[in-house]
Design a protein around this ligand. Structure first.
Ligand code: GLV
Ligand code: MN
Ligand code: MN
Ligand code: MN
Length: 412
């Protein structure tokens, strides 16, 4: 089958989507349920409807756009990703899977085929943990991994509850109605930039993702009496930032000591209150991200970090709270879909390799309700979550063609 991908149209749409941003270009920032996110969603729905897709928006704001197949009674295939963007990030993370998914559908439409199964394009709400500290909200609720009541009471940094925020943003209905029935989808395939350097280094066009690393996050809070930076003598201090600083070093050491380069640990949030140069900190909060493709090894690292977090607080004599935000298992791709991706690469005369995903994705949670796999494309210098993030039109074109061919194979 001959497929003609209009990558220029997709690139123009990626550029347009990047303009929905709360920071100056080339950086992008689109946080869930902000006016900017809502405006971007409006743009996406226009595009989906113009392609003849039937759009449904569920109570958490997932956008599900359906291209009816020849036999609508069959469970549909799904593809898609996210369009929220973390602070000061780039324009390809997630968006390539949504707008590339749209282009894959339009490519099949243009080729004049009518797949047997329907194909649904999903834009998942809040894959990023930016606002509610919890990533993959949309796919966790779709899969039933996150209970609706637990989701409703998540709060943002201003203390606003998710349930109120989403309703004020116009997403009504019961969160309990988001969950999919078993067998709803026949498969889910997500196109995404690699967010690492391996494909580019190997000079390969496509990564067929066989597994997704297990992500975890925890929050540690130390509080102390604070005081005047001049008046309180060193011997009299209990500065919670000292415990926090020791913990930051410990996270780095624990990840390095795991015995595998696949373990990674990051302190991405370190908040100091009241943040005044002449005031001893009174409240220090860290959010710590730990991942590994080996779940039990990740958990051993987490245990060490939690133990040491308590020890540092105790040694300093400051109140300490340790709260797990999430600790999810790894996911494995379905071998049949991986084989379909590999056949698509061969048909499209594109080079590829099998690989694991070190970032997490909505596929991690979709794997709980249907077979999944992912298609990776290279990004320049492996950069992501930075304004410099870049994938070339040729790389994106290759990803779209492989996605289109894979969906077509699976839909027949
Ligand atoms: C999602 O962007 C992640 O942190 O992997
Ligand atoms: Mn991301
Ligand atoms: Mn992403
Ligand atoms: Mn991600």
């Amino acid at each position: 089958m001959e497929l003609k991908v209009d990558v220029n149209r997709c690139s123009a749409e990626l550029d347009r989507l990047a303009q929905f941003s709360d920071v100056p270009a080339p950086a992008v920032q689109r946080v869930v349920f902000t006016p900017t996110d809502l405006a971007a969603r409006g743009y996406l729905i226009e595009l989906f409807e113009a392609a003849g897709l039937r759009v449904r928006v569920d109570p958490i704001g997932n956008i599900l756009a359906r291209w009816e197949g020849a036999d609508p009674s069959l469970p549909a295939l799904a593809t898609g990703s996210h369009t929220d963007a973390i602070p000061y990030s780039g324009k390809y993370d997630g968006t390539v899977g949504v707008l590339g998914g749209l282009e894959a559908i339009r490519t099949l439409q243009q080729a004049g085929v009518k797949p047997r199964r329907s194909i649904e394009l999903i834009m998942f709400t809040s894959e990023e943990p930016t606002r509610f500290a919890y990533g993959c909200l949309g796919s966790r609720l779709l899969s039933g991994q996150l209970a609706p009541d637990a989701a409703a009471t998540l709060t943002d940094a201003d203390g606003q509850r998710l349930d109120a925020v989403r309703q004020n943003a116009g997403f009504k209905g019961l969160l309990a109605d988001v969950k999919l029935q078993p067998g709803h989808y026949a498969a889910f395939v997500e196109l995404h930039i690699e967010q690492g350097p391996l494909l580019e280094r190997a000079g390969l066009a496509i990564g067929a993702v066989t597994a997704i690393a297990a992500p975890a996050a925890l929050r540690v809070r130390y509080t102390g009496p604070g005081g005047h930076a001049g008046g309180v003598m060193m011997a009299d201090r209990r500065d919670p930032l000292i415990a926090g600083s020791r913990l930051a070093l410990e996270v780095d050491a624990a990840a390095r000591d795991s015995g595998s380069p696949d373990t990674v640990g990051t302190v991405g949030v370190l908040d100091v209150h009241p943040r005044a140069v002449n005031s001893i900190p009174r409240d220090v909060q860290l959010e710590i991200d730990v991942r590994d493709i080996d779940g039990p090894r990740r958990d051993r690292v987490l245990e060490r970090i939690k133990r040491q977090a308590q020890t540092f607080g105790d040694e300093l004599g400051v109140p300490t709270t340790i709260e797990m935000i999430n600790a999810d298992p790894p996911a494995t791709s379905d071998p049949t879909i991986v084989a379909a991706i590999e056949k698509s690469c061969a048909d499209a005369k594109l080079t590829h390799q099998r690989m694991v995903s070190r970032a997490y994705h909505d596929s991690l949670f979709m794997s709980l309700v249907c077979p999944i796999a992912m298609i990776f494309i290279p990004c320049r210098d492996g950069m992501s979550h930075r304004p410099e993030e870049y994938s070339s039109p040729e790389a994106i074109r290759a990803g779209i063609e492989v996605l289109a061919r894979t969906l077509y194979q699976l839909a027949e």
